[in-house]
Design a protein. Sequence first.
Length: 609
Amino acid sequence: MKHINSYIFLMLLAFASCNCFAQNTTANDNKEHTFLYKKQLNPNPAFNGIKQRAWWKEDIVYQIYPRSFKDSDGDGIGDIKGIISKLDYLKSLGIGIVWLSPCFASPNDDNGYDISNYKAIMKEFGTMQDFDNMLKGMHDRGIKLVLDLVANHSSDEHEWFKQSRSSRTNPYREYYHWWPAERGKPAHRWSFFDVNEDAWKYDSLTNAYYLHYFSQKQPDLNWENPKLRQEIYSIMRFWFDKGVDGFRMDVIPYISKDTSFPPIPKSFNGDYVGYYSYGPHLHDYLQEMNKEVLCKYDITTVAEGIGVNADRVQLFVAPERNELQMLYQGEALGNGMLPREFKKLDPKGYSLPVLKKVYTKWDSIFALKGWNTIFLANHDQPRMVTRWGNDNDQYRELSSKLLTTFIMSMRGTAYYYNGDELGMSNIKFDSIGDYKDIESINRYKFLQKTGGDLQGFIEAQKMTARDNSRTPMQWDNQKNAGFSSGTPWLKVNSNYTWVNVDSENKDAHSVLNYCRKMVQLHKSSPALIYGQYQVYDIDDPFVYAYTRTQGKERMLIVLNFSNKVVDYQINSSVLYKGMKERINNYSSTTIKGRTVTLKPWQAIIYQLF
Ligand code: TEU
């Protein structure tokens, strides 16, 4: 009888591990699950008793743009062996997760966001063995690896598309969105990267148009086709079975389309970016993805939440919906951008009260369930110190430290972009010839065709172009900043002679060493990770002040987002008998009673007693 019982138990265990009890226990809500391999949580006893803990809530995510991180073979392009050579550096930062921008086979029309083989490594980046060695090297150092799943579209050089465009009866035809030309031109769809802003490309081979929200070389995949969805799930299992710890999901809100392709509803008032995220079966597909793949692994998922506004985010990340775990949004990024202009900053700058209100609203959304993300930069954004701080000589380091403090003291998983730990700033190209990004190049061509203001565009791009954050990582003050022995694929910022890892390692007060201290403070503090957020003086134009409270631990964060000296009066509703400074980007501070005299770009975290 005993043997039969253990046999039944083993059968149940096998069933549980290969099939999910999707209705109530999933990877999302962290209830005890029968993962084959479950990651350990931070053993710090200070975290004992905290509910719904998760490694992906506690670890800091460090995004690597592989093309620009470290080149090991002198071809001027970053590669996986280059990353392997810097694994101890990553460990020294204290980060827990690496988000690696796409490393899969690609013709690089959009620097890897146009994938031609989802189960192969880009040849410029190395081999699958290199990848396996990198993954092991990260895991050996306690660092998890999250890959970038680009599944809204593939490259037009993917075998699927080659087959699909070859004939209307090819078995892969329905892997993409085709519109037969005999039906006339389909209703307009706007394209992010097309020179004519047109997302339909006519293809004479089968006398039909295909859809591409992004470049012509990035045809949109047809998720309405269950065969295509199963192909994507197979790709996900391939990487998860290798031990990859999650996916950042590129423009995932766009994957479902109304395949009748009607004119965009008037209610959207021409907002294609928003409209694309309202496909009819989006959540059906995310729930199917979770049931078929995600809930079987102890992994994390984060949606690039393009087009998703605050009132929809819980549809993606509420645990009971069994979809994804996190979503990052762009609402805050519009602050200080001129409306109806292409990525052009308002010369008056951004509004700190607006920034505080957006982040406070998003924090309130996750007060009861789901989990937020906190970021100020990534490979699509300019360098955070240029965009949100002050990158002049006087304040570049101070404001970099302040922004780092903000990202790692708000509630939500901190997403940190490679090079920001050095205070790397925008390169501000003077000529379109310096740009490599299809978005900048094709926008320039669009303006040339339409008689737009080319010089004005170049000036605006100095502040907002994506290439600003893609210049090579600055390792030392040697040739090419130690990034490559060859000619870098993109120019190196000339400030590399003093803004670099080697110099900053040697300076106890560098941006880099401040970042390391802030990472350690974040990891040691339940309040900074899980604590309730409360903002004060939200209309103050210069100071962002908030508390984080978890049990008895209370932290007060005060950030002076300005070039001014400000006497900040700690809000009377913040009750404390004493306080202890936990981190400060200045060596001294003047406090009289409840008034803290904040120097320009001063950041302080006080523990309150
Ligand atoms: O970004 C989606 C997207 O909208 C970006 O193109 C970005 O917001 C744009 O710069 C706005 O002007 C994802 C990737 O992060 C991006 O790098 C890719 O180019 C894009 O999708 C296509 O895959």
